[in-house]
Design a protein around this ligand. Sequence first.
Ligand SMILES: *Cc1c(COP(=O)(O)O)cnc(C)c1O
Length: 404
Amino acid sequence: MITRNLNMANLKAGYLFPEIAKRRREFAAAHPDAKIISLGVGNTTEPILPHTNAGLVNGAQKLGTAQGYSGYQDEGIARLREKISSVFYKDKFGIDEIFISDGAKCDIGRLQILFGSGAKIAVQDPSYPVYVDGSVLAGAAGGWEEYAANSGGYKGITYLPCTAENNFFPNLDLIPNNSVIYFCSPNNPTGAVADRAQLTSLVNAAISKGCLIVFDAAYSEFIRDPNLPKTIYEIDKAQTCAIEVNSFSKPAGFTGVRLGWSVVPKAIKYSTGESVNADWSRIAGTIFNGASNIAQEGGLASLDDDGIKEIRELTDFYLGNAKLIRNALTKKGLTCIGGENSPYIWAKFPGRDSWEVFSEILEKCHVVTTPGAGFGPAGQSFVRFSAFGHRADVEEACKRLEKL
Ligand SMILES: *Cc1c(COP(=O)(O)O)cnc(C)c1O
């Protein structure tokens, strides 16, 4: 018989969403009349807006014509790479530094190949699960250690607690030298957004410690405060030490279409002097072969003037939901962060176990949330509310939260 990849057996934290789904099913079976509303997963709910959708239709139609047909476009359609550089980065990057992907999560998984099983990893705690789980799959994480009820961590991963005490920005002294730092802002799950001074200190720490930052900007289009940086490259020298991953999933409603990009600047070098960009290009050609041409035409439409208006409209809608949820929780006397420049609200239930709070909200309000401990040890006592939902459902959920 073939043997199992032991890294698979090491995966622990990946049980979060299946466990939530199981608890929801059990509750629904016991309460068949309950109308359960989910503010749990971060999945978009609203239709793709007309101009962007027309781009997708156009992309499909082109493939059926002799002049419009195209095959593999390994690193992405050049027009889209140029457009991304101009819309998001003021043309700071050449198209050979922008790689179109089938989603940020997929790229985060593939990025681990660059660093191999010997890599040292540092993550915000709590964090989006793929940084940790992807590292475990790549064999970089070592074994699992239990060190608190309902939580724990991997020996090879340095967890950087982000708590109310440090304003949800980690102590950078904890970051090991020569490590890969995963950093997400606006953050999933906390909704916190790092300001310019904080990101400057992060970039400076990365440079002085010989680290590479993988900056996840999937929620940058939810930022409304003009003083908050929307990309790591607003920070001086970030192009020497940071890869940025981003996605059309949340701003354009492309969670099911699948389209994202990564910026891998040519200035980034390994300790041995080789180019990270050249290796990434090699990986794209070797095990990926590029994103759907149809999705890329949709992405292009979403970045012209009409498309950008649609991104604004869609993100405004979800931010409107976030405001309702935040107000409902604040009225109950709960301390929340997020929900202003991000679609997540992170609510604190002091002294409580987050799975226990999850169950209480499900039982009293018939609302599904995500227990904070599922995102890392420092998520204990927190619950994440997602603003991705239809307005009527969010309004109804907010009414029911009064029962807490
Ligand atoms: C939703 C999300 C993504 C997007 O992933 P895709 O694969 O592009 O859909 C990336 N990062 C974070 C933190 C997310 O929450």
